[in-house]
Design a protein around this ligand. Structure first.
Ligand SMILES: NC(=O)c1ccc[n+]([C@@H]2O[C@H](COP(=O)([O-])OP(=O)(O)OC[C@H]3O[C@@H](n4cnc5c(N)ncnc54)[C@H](O)[C@@H]3O)[C@@H](O)[C@H]2O)c1
Length: 368
């Protein structure tokens, strides 16, 4: 598994959602690789957030605080920053919030994706786009087999439906406007990762941040769906996949990679909500504990969700590197360091460096 530093050195990259959790980690990593990063997002999604805590603003060449709904602003940002590649992460990313605000979720996630693609269509700088969707795009049949990229799309809750629709919109733009015969072939891929964990996530209604808040307040954690199985992975795992995929899209044979990709954990990363909460409590120490009484909620969430990432293994040479235990250990180290007022830009970068050194060969290579 390789990331080529020279591919990224001085390359102009646009990240939507750079004020968010995954966007912050991606900005930090790409800055470390020498890219010129432009951000387009709303404000950070939570009061405490990775963007401020890890001083992500310092790593940006430019940033625009605006809504994806503003197509003219998006076009103008792209015209000015002239990115060669877009990582589209901006979205309303929470299932439960999508029940509270279905129209806002559909607008951000479907129309927002269409606006990114449309703005790219009118630019002459862009060569590749990675649209981040989710493992929840699959029509969930609650069966034990892991979903492959060719399985049917679906979506029970508004969030899942919005991301499945973003997949369809992307496929339509790829076929209609960005194919190899068009004047402006852009290689567009979608990426579907699992439940991502890592330092610097303070979202509500997500297991790890909910647990960390409760541990700190010395309160027991009550779980909504303790027996639900999810594919858990450290945030650096899918981001490594996105970077490798981007390098392939930018290469001479990039059109072969313009499709959907799963980047899930291996089978050992599939664990129940209660298992992950218990493992996290153990690592946190300080008498942290979990109350194993399910909270009754009328809102539907899937119980069983696994991803098959064979395609990324075979065609990209990507594979998961950090076990669930290691991922949780890194989360605890990050948050304990934050509680001790450490320099969180440095801690974030040190985790990226550790991941890269242990798992990836970082090869200086000629640009593809
Ligand atoms: N965190 C996970 O476990 C996970 C799993 C699978 C997929 N994803 C996907 O990864 C992406 C990033 O997720 P995250 O966890 O970092 O989310 P996050 O909430 O931390 O960040 C979301 C980002 O999107 C921006 N944003 C939201 N709505 C916007 C709008 N209408 N216009 C402009 N910017 C807007 C926010 O300002 C923020 O920068 C999302 O597309 C999400 O669906 C996340």
């Amino acid at each position: 598994m390789k990331i080529h530093a020279n591919v990224w050195k001085n390359r102009s990259v646009l990240i939507t959602g750079h004020t968010g959790f995954k966007g912050g980690w991606l900005t930090s990593w790409l800055h470390h690789l020498g890219a010129n990063i432009h951000g387009y997002s709303l404000e950070p999604p939570t009061q405490l957030n990775l963007f401020d805590v890890a001083k992500i603003a310092k790593l940006l060449t430019s940033e625009t605080r605006a809504d994806l709904a503003d197509l003219e602003q998006l076009k103008s940002t792209i015209q000015q920053s002239r990115p060669e590649i877009i990582f589209h992460l901006a979205a309303q990313p929470l299932v439960r919030e999508s029940y509270r605000n279905p129209l806002g979720t559909l607008t951000s996630n479907i129309l927002g994706t269409a606006h990114v693609l449309e703005a790219a269509r009118t630019s002459d700088s862009i060569r590749a786009i990675i649209i981040v969707t989710t493992d929840k795009v699959y029509q969930n049949r609650e069966h034990y087999h892991a979903y492959r990229e060719t399985d049917a799309l679906g979506g029970h809750d508004p969030y899942s439906a919005s991301k499945a629709a973003a997949e369809l919109v992307t496929a339509s733009y790829r076929e209609s406007f960005f194919n190899e015969e068009s004047d402006h072939p852009i290689r567009v891929a979608t990426v579907r990762a699992g439940n991502v964990i890592g330092g610097g996530d303070w979202a509500v209604d997500r297991l790890v941040p909910d647990c960390l808040r409760a541990f700190k307040a010395k309160k027991p954690v009550r779980l909504r769906f303790p027996h639900a199985i999810r594919p858990w992975q450290h945030v650096l795992e899918p981001l490594a996949g996105y970077l490798q995929l981007a390098e392939h899209l930018l290469s001479a044979t990039g059109n072969q990679f313009a499709r959907a990709w799963n980047f899930g954990p291996d089978a050992k990363g599939d664990a129940t909500v209660s298992q992950v909460a218990e493992m996290l409590a153990q690592r946190w120490g300080d008498n942290a504990h979990i109350e194993l009484e399910a909270i009754h909620t009328p809102l539907h969430e899937t119980h069983l969700l696994k991803l098959d990432s064979t395609l990324a293994y075979t065609d990209l040479g990507w594979k998961p590197r950090w076990s669930l235990e290691k991922a949780l250990e890194q989360v605890v180290i990050w948050h304990k360091a934050w509680h001790q007022d450490a320099d969180m830009a440095r801690i974030t970068l040190s985790q990226i460096s550790a991941y890269q050194e242990a798992s990836l060969s970082l090869t200086p290579a000629a640009q593809p």
